[in-house]
Design a protein around this ligand. Structure first.
Ligand code: TNX
Length: 516
């Protein structure tokens, strides 16, 4: 084996023979300007587990972090040996950081712990020569923190696990019918009222696993700034999602005037206590547009991401059909019908974001009705690949995330003994076989930003269950988006699971489900 069980697999990895490199108390670390944060990361991780200080030293020996702009930005080269020490050269600081992730994997499972279990055990890097670069530039994970809130520490831990797997986009689904999780100073009731829901009803899928408990929580703006900064130091960018005009009952519960007040008594609505899609959607009025512009102004201050996701999915149109206000709007705007009204709604925010230098991203329903999207809009293709193909044909960038393949809330084996026997069966092997660009989509490589695995959390109530649903499938997914060729995955995964276990991940065991 030439690859030391690396996941994701590098483009080329060779063991040239000869002795490896032992990192010792006096091993120095030299960081080219711009890569100091990688040095800091290495010191904190390896310092904790091997008590290695890695003091700054000369450029000629020890561990060296270098830049070479002849390499692609996220590419890196890693060389280690008794004579060479460890040299990581990146096309940019991101490349150096991904090389540092590979270095940690080469050290073995203990490198994933937070304190030494065998004090004095040497940190030994095998002799290797690795050349590596990612297949896609958008290597994403969606975390739905709306259906079940994930406390800040849990999110930071997920960012660490993403970095370990060289994933680089965290899509935070911050709002939904069942909860609003981002503090907005201008509209404080969004979290004062919208972040808390009463006992959830069993909803449409009767199972003891559907929580039936009151639930809530939200991030302050400083919490989110901290998450953004923590992720940025790990070359993960955070894309916020504010879902509209559907999936908005929590906002309407906080501010009833956002809803279709001529057809429902929105003042009587609470945060939705049922899974599925609420019929209570935003009213298509100027007042609602202004409200959300005010929300987004605060969102843009927190999240520097060039992409801002505004949902656009699953917006039931019954209330707009029944509402005199909405119907008058359709006539006044000349948009034809309710689909046209939704296109107007999303188009307004796409242009609003573009005027502020950001690009709107939306679920593939933003293509429904066949009206052209404003330039620069990105489509998340989740209902299979069709939306992605239509978007690519129309000249739009695409993030591929079909529910049939990469919805990690769905079960990972057949049988009733999975903790959550929901949805399509997607085994770790299925995820590893996922093709982000099948058929005609392959003809538009320049339009495919990459792919994303989505963890929706109706049935994922806490971090333990998130671990179980994510792993090891997220490792398989990460390899799909990083590595064009990926032979011998089972053997490498077997070497990788002990790393996850040492980190403290309660992954699904290879032998079968946990008995809960
Ligand atoms: C579909 S993906 C949804 C989510 C659910 C998920 C459950 C998308 C745009 N909508 O709201 O949580 O299925 O698997």
């Amino acid at each position: 084996m030439t690859t030391a069980g690396l996941v994701p697999l590098p483009v080329t990895a060779g063991l040239p023979g000869g002795h490896g490199c032992v990192l010792e108390q006096d091993t120095t670390l030299w960081a080219a300007p711009g890569t100091e944060h990688v040095a800091h990361w290495l010191r904190s991780v390896l310092g904790a587990v091997y008590a290695l200080p890695l003091p700054p030293g000369p450029a000629g020996r020890g561990v060296r972090l270098l830049l070479d702009d002849a390499l692609a930005p996220e590419a890196y080269r890693l060389r280690a040996g008794a004579d060479t020490g460890v040299e990581i050269t990146g096309g940019s600081p991101a490349g150096v950081f991904w090389g540092a992730q590979t270095l940690r994997q080469l050290l073995g499972p203990d490198a994933f712990r937070r304190a030494p279990v065998h004090p004095g055990r040497a940190a030994e890097v095998p002799a290797v020569r690795i050349e590596d670069a990612p297949r896609f530039r958008w290597r994403g994970l969606l975390l739905d923190v709306a259906r079940h809130f994930m406390p800040k520490d849990g999110v930071l831990r997920i960012v660490d696990l993403m970095a370990t797997h060289k994933l680089n986009v965290l899509h935070l689904h911050l709002t939904d019918d069942q909860g609003w999780r981002i503090q907005i100073h201008r509209h404080p009731r969004l979290t004062e009222a919208g972040a808390w829901r009463p006992r959830t009803k069993l909803g449409h899928r009767a199972s003891p696993l559907w929580d039936e408990r009151p639930h809530g929580g939200f991030y302050t703006q400083d919490d989110l700034r901290e998450i953004v900064a923590y992720a940025a130091a790990r070359h993960v960018s955070v894309v916020p999602e504010i879902d509209l005009p559907g999936h908005s009952q929590a906002a309407i519960a906080a501010y009833p005037e956002l809803g279709n007040t001529d057809v429902v008594d929105t003042a009587a609505l609470g945060v939705w206590d049922t899974w599925g899609i609420s019929p209570n959607v935003l009213a298509p009025t100027e007042r609602v547009l202004r409200f959300y512009e005010e929300v987004l102004e605060e969102v843009l201050e927190i999240f520097p991401s060039p992409f801002v996701h505004l949902g656009g999915d699953e917006c039931p149109k019954e209330q707009w059909r029944a509402s005199a206000v909405a119907q008058a709007r359709i006539r006044e705007l000349g948009v034809g019908d309710e689909d046209g009204l939704q296109a107007w709604f999303m188009g307004h925010f796409a242009r609003w974001l573009a005027a502020r230098g950001r690009r709107m991203t939306g679920w593939d329903e933003i293509l429904d009705g066949g009206r052209p999207l404003p330039p620069g809009v990105v489509v998340s293709s989740w209902r299979g690949y069709e939306g992605g193909l239509a978007a690519a044909r129309a000249g739009h960038d695409v993030v591929v995330c079909p529910e049939q393949h990469v919805y990690l809330d769905h079960r990972q084996a057949p049988g009733d003994d999975e903790p959550v026997p929901l949805g399509f069966v997607r085994t770790v092997e299925d995820v590893h076989a996922f093709d982000p660009a099948p058929g005609e989509l392959a003809a538009y490589p320049e339009r495919i930003l990459g792919a994303q695995a989505n963890l929706w959390t109706e049935v994922v109530e806490d971090g333990r269950r998130a671990d179980y649903q994510l792993f090891p499938r997220l490792a398989a997914f990460a390899e799909v988006v990083w590595s064009a060729d990926r032979p011998d995955f089972p053997a490498r995964l077997a070497a990788h699971l002990p790393r996850l276990a040492a980190f403290g991940v309660e992954h699904r065991p290879a032998a079968g489900p946990h008995p809960w």
